[in-house]
Design a protein around this ligand. Structure first.
Ligand code: GMT
Length: 380
């Protein structure tokens, strides 16, 4: 099938999922066309059946805001026509579902009917999408999608509770490609990061408020008071500067390493013992899943879709949002003893394995088949 994928090309979870999905679909013989403003970060190899089309937004002094949606829908129309694209899969409703619908309408005028699948990822519903300034447009574009999927049961419920949705929302959880994560730890340069007696704790995110970065630091602060430990902070974002200041104020600067954005997440995770994800809201928690497949135990909040990924008492522990006390004591419970830590690490791997791409990809292919049937329906 010839599929156009629209996504954010950055380090954010939705872009990573869209990119990994496209790569896997291309490996299964589909022809994939990524359409976005920059080559997605995890997309390294382009080839016969994997293409990238850049959306350019020409600057014009009259525009205070550059009209990205307009440029994206025009690019979609051109690409669909030129390559004979059969299906449109947009990730993150804002503004992709809206632009996708406009492209559908323009193509329809020329007698081309292209089905659109919209995958909801999280903040497009829970944070940004429900803002009154966006809500009518988000509701409209979800309802106008031929198939709607969400990455967790929790997000599906949230969507139904928040929006006036006429469409069925199908849950297709995020996934992981096990084969991409080496089981060979010889490459793992743990000694560069910490002493043998130190536990390594990691947090990876885009350092937005929703990730509750101060909680990460406070949990670690309590851990390192009890056992030797280091904290790896991976990513960039608005809360990073404050986090660095917080570490300075708490006198733990030497024990915390800020690594910035990284394309070598698995290398960092391979020497980690524990992953912290105390988010305020999280529709799935892809970062936790990536940690778990690398045999890293997870201590997280119990918000949104996280309990569907991190199993309490098995792959790690869950606590209420903001409950730093419980998150630090549970972390210590995992970290104090080698045998306990080993058990949690192995469990984390087992739980994560259920989200293997081999189990999830066919669900997307099923949805594509279903959406493809809509191509003859002149209903939108
Ligand atoms: O918040 C992020 O990390 C980025 C955001 C995105 O859409 O790029 O992530 C959302 O989608 C991810 C992939 O489906 C999920 O794993 C994250 O849980 C979700 N983030 C939130 O709900 C806050």
């Amino acid at each position: 099938m010839k599929i156009a994928i629209v996504c954010y090309p950055t380090f954010g979870g939705s872009g990573v999922v869209a990119t990994e999905l496209g790569i896997a679909l291309a490996e299964r013989g589909h022809e994939i066309h990524f359409i976005t403003y920059k080559q997605p970060v995890r997309l390294e190899l382009l080839g016969n059946n994997i293409h990238f089309h850049e959306v350019h937004v020409p600057e014009y002094p009259l525009f205070h805001y550059q009209p990205y949606e307009l440029a994206l829908s025009s690019k979609l129309v051109d690409t669909v026509k030129f390559y004979g694209i059969e299906l449109l899969h947009v990730h993150y409703a804002i503004p992709h579902a809206y632009a996708g619908y406009m492209a559908k309408k323009m193509l329809q005028e020329e007698g081309i009917f292209i089905p659109m699948i919209t995958t909801l990822h999280g903040t497009d519903i829970t944070l940004v999408g429900k803002h009154p300034f966006y809500k009518p447009a988000v509701t409209f574009s979800i309802n106008k999608s031929d198939v709607v999927t969400s990455v967790s049961e929790a997000l599906k419920q949230n969507t139904i509770d928040t929006f006036d949705i006429e469409k069925e929302v199908e849950v297709i959880p995020n996934f992981i490609d096990r084969t991409k994560y080496s089981q060979d730890y010889t490459d793992c340069q743990r000694s560069l990061m910490a002493n043998d007696d130190e536990r390594i704790i990691t947090h990876i995110s885009n350092f937005r408020k929703v990730k509750r970065i101060p909680d990460v630091i406070n949990i670690f602060y309590k851990i390192q008071q009890e056992i030797p430990a280091k904290l790896m902070m991976v990513g960039e974002g608005p809360e990073k500067e404050y986090a660095e200041q917080q570490c300075d104020d708490l006198g733990i600067k030497e024990k915390v390493v800020f690594l910035g954005n990284s394309t070598e997440i698995d290398r960092i995770l391979c020497f980690s013992d524990l992953f912290l994800l105390p988010s305020e809201s999280e529709s799935f928690g892809l970062a936790a899943l990536e940690a778990m497949i690398n045999r890293v135990a997870v201590v997280s909040s119990n918000t949104g879709g996280i309990p569907e990924v991190n199993k309490d008492g098995v792959s790690g522990y869950l606590a209420d949002v903001g409950d730093v006390e419980t998150m630090s004591s549970k972390s210590l419970e995992i970290l104090r003893d080698d045998a306990v830590l080993h058990k949690f690490k192995e469990n984390a791997f087992k739980v994560a394995s259920k989200f293997d791409i081999l189990n999830i990809l066919p669900l997307y292919e099923e949805v594509y088949e279903k959406a493809y049937k809509y191509r003859f329906k002149n209903t939108y």
